[in-house]
Design a protein around this ligand. Sequence first.
Ligand code: G6P
Length: 495
Amino acid sequence: MIVSNRLPVDRVIDDDGNTTWRPSPGGLVAALEPMMKAEDGVWVGWPGVAGEEMEPFEIGGIDLIPVELSEQEVQEYYEGFSNDTLWPLYHDVIAPPSYHREWWEAYVVVNKRFADAAAKAAAPGAVVWVHDYQLQLVPKLLREARPDLVIGFFNHIPFPPYGIYSQLPWRRQIVEGLLGADVLGFQRLADAGNFSRAARRLKGYDTRGSIIEVPIETDDPEAGSHRHVTTNRRGALVRTVLARQFPISIDAQMYQEMASRPEIQERARQIRHDLGDPQTIMLGVDRLDYTKGIGHRLKAYGELLAERRIDPADVVLVQVASPSRERVETYRQLRDEIELTVGRINGDYSSISHTAINYLHHGYPREEMVALYLAADVMLVTALRDGMNLVAKEYVASRVDNDGVLLLSEFAGASDELRQAILINPHDIEGLKEAMLQAAIMPKAERSRRMRALRKRVLTYDVARWSKSFLDALVNTAHGDHRDEKPAGYRTRER
Ligand code: G6P
């Protein structure tokens, strides 16, 4: 069973005004689909529309159990607590988090609803995998309701250092909620370390490497049914929880296959042509989010133009910024700032024949994205903080020609794995400008050497491998085996 805030479906309204649903093309679904079908999988989540009461339905062989959210809950639990409290807090307070008691109350109520739906539908002894920051209370609630279940949780976004996390008025409840799981997965070693520290500091729990020892009350009638009950060094009865990194990935094979199709390669040539066949196309692809460092990227680009170190006749920047969380104030402000900056740069440096920045506030089908990746000489990933950044991996998987340069922020989880990218600190504008120029003039042999190494990594450690390693760890816990196998070739020291 998968439990996530969003169900993997998109609503489509046909010409007659009827509502139908189609599978949303996310990587997570692609990775889990074969296993979900083979194992009679069930997916519990919100269909993404407020106040919509829906019966369970099936799509593409997977049973979906919709969880309803009222308009007020969308505002308080989703836009409020999830995206205006936890999101900025967990991304190093790049934007100030808002703390509202009503939002927290809605978060508790909605997490309980998800846990109830999961508890009701799960088969005896089922393996339940809960996803992301919107549902951090679910593991504990689920364990209380159904001690027979094997419970995993994966956090797709960073987990912040204790000095930041400790701002949260409900910091203790969230740690307790997460520790209801048997296995807690994070993107980076540093995230898992931050969580373990929070468990030590707030709860006084002992940790040994990736294992956290959660004491069990000896008069707990359920004590015997808990998994991994052992006696620790102090003679206390404890349940052990594994907390470590499982860096997520993409369906790399699918991107590779798409990028090999003649019509997509033709589309890539067409894009280059439509942009005036410039020497260098730089590309940014992001949800329009303040964590992505779009402003820093534009600042660096604008300065290079102002200093005449790049010429708009030779270099074009394409920025795809897909609309996101548009009712949250910080996102509205960000959109205004970005569009003001793009307008200024284009006003100052574009001509009738050359547009300095092609700014596209849309989402695009995957085929078009792959064509864009193939057309782009330089991919700019300048996130100020990012759990992983899958765009970086998509770019690499699409470059079947072993060409193209990836500029990658050290603050994105992907930088732990993609060491042959040009790694940058997006706060260092001079460094970023130098890296952009270096990327634009990098000799073909070096581009190819770096891209081959990046591709090897991304094609080997794909999303199927990620979900298998998480589920293996989870299933091992059901057999009382906390084998702690770290992913190979991965950074083992914290920065
Ligand atoms: C991030 C989060 C996901 C979330 C996605 C889109 O990747 O980790 O949980 O679904 O952003 O955001 P949205 O608010 O539209 O679901």
